[in-house]
Design a protein around this ligand. Structure first.
Ligand code: G3H
Ligand code: ZN
Length: 281
């Protein structure tokens, strides 16, 4: 069933566990993610990023309504989250399309500008009844990244993070602790000492972005150190695309998309089930 993101995050925090959020680009992603969550018997967050909305011609409703429909009929709890929003107009559409939460991404802005933009986004979100996540420090790896998240300068500073949360009023904070977006190998090394210091300093749940590049053992350690929301996108695209490529290589004459998208959706489900099982261990 469809439940609010804030509820899943609060439940994970109370249980000292985590909730995983997976990126939805196509209907098959949403179906595969929910099937994987059902197989693992775990709740899950479906998140749609601004980039995915751009891919769908700038229209939010088609994918959002499909994802929320898949969520409603799930046998596990599923929440719907709007991810990496920089466009205020898109932010304002969230409340009308089934989302219970948004991530407002001012992570590329200098501190004072990030602070002002995020505080205003948070006021709007709370007025609309939405839970809001923001980012401080910079998790790089997106197409127009100014810097690598592996560089020291973009790690999140605990004192600044505490000040930022107090001044913006956000409900959760994405932090830069060594992961980077869109890694195709699990080779990131997290700064576990920094995660522990952030956990101490920051009164709201911490969010890990770019989790596809983090080895499973490191992910477990990050959860034990206090990471509550774990964002995963690229790992699903790897499973999906490899499967499509394999099927078409074996059967080059195929034309029915169900014959390659079906197995690709199953591969997404398997990846989700496996990650959720690791995270719950
Ligand atoms: O917000 C989405 C996540 O940060 C996904 O990152 O594609 O590197 O797993 P990833
Ligand atoms: Zn992200």
């Amino acid at each position: 069933s469809l439940v609010p993101t804030g509820e899943l995050v609060a439940r994970a925090a109370a249980e000292h566990s985590c909730v995983a959020a997976f990126n939805v680009i196509t209907l098959e992603h949403a179906e595969g993610i929910v099937a994987g969550a059902e197989a693992a018997g775990r709740p899950v967050i479906l998140q749609i990023s601004e980039n995915a909305v751009r891919y769908h011609g700038g229209r939010l409703a088609p994918l959002a309504l499909a994802a929320s429909s898949v969520a409603r009929t799930a046998t596990v709890d599923v929440a719907l989250h709007l991810d990496h929003v920089t466009d205020i107009d898109l932010l304002h559409q969230a409340a009308d399309t089934g989302f219970s939460s948004v991530m407002f991404d001012a992570g590329a802005l200098p501190y004072t500008e990030n602070l002002a933009a995020t505080a205003s986004a948070a006021r709007w979100a709370h007025g609309a009844g939405l839970w809001i996540e923001a980012e401080l420090g910079y998790v790089g790896g997106k197409p127009d990244s100014p810097a690598s998240a592996h560089a020291d300068g973009v790690r999140t500073d605990p004192a600044e993070a505490a000040d930022y949360v107090a001044r913006t009023g956000v409900d959760a904070l994405a932090v830069a602790v060594g992961s980077s977006h869109a890694m195709i190998e699990r080779s990131a090394t997290l700064d576990h000492a920094l995660i522990a210091r952030l956990r101490e300093a920051v009164p709201v749940p911490l969010v890990l972005h770019g989790s596809s590049g983090v080895p499973h053992a490191e992910l477990r350690a990050a959860v034990l150190a206090g990471m509550i929301k774990i964002n995963i996108g690229t790992a699903l695209n790897i499973s999906l695309t490899h499967t499509v490529r394999d099927v078409l290589r074996r059967e080059p004459a195929l034309t029915d998309p169900r014959k390659y998208l079906g197995p690709a959706r199953d591969a997404v489900a398997t990846t989700v089930r496996d990650v959720l099982t690791v995270l719950a261990a």
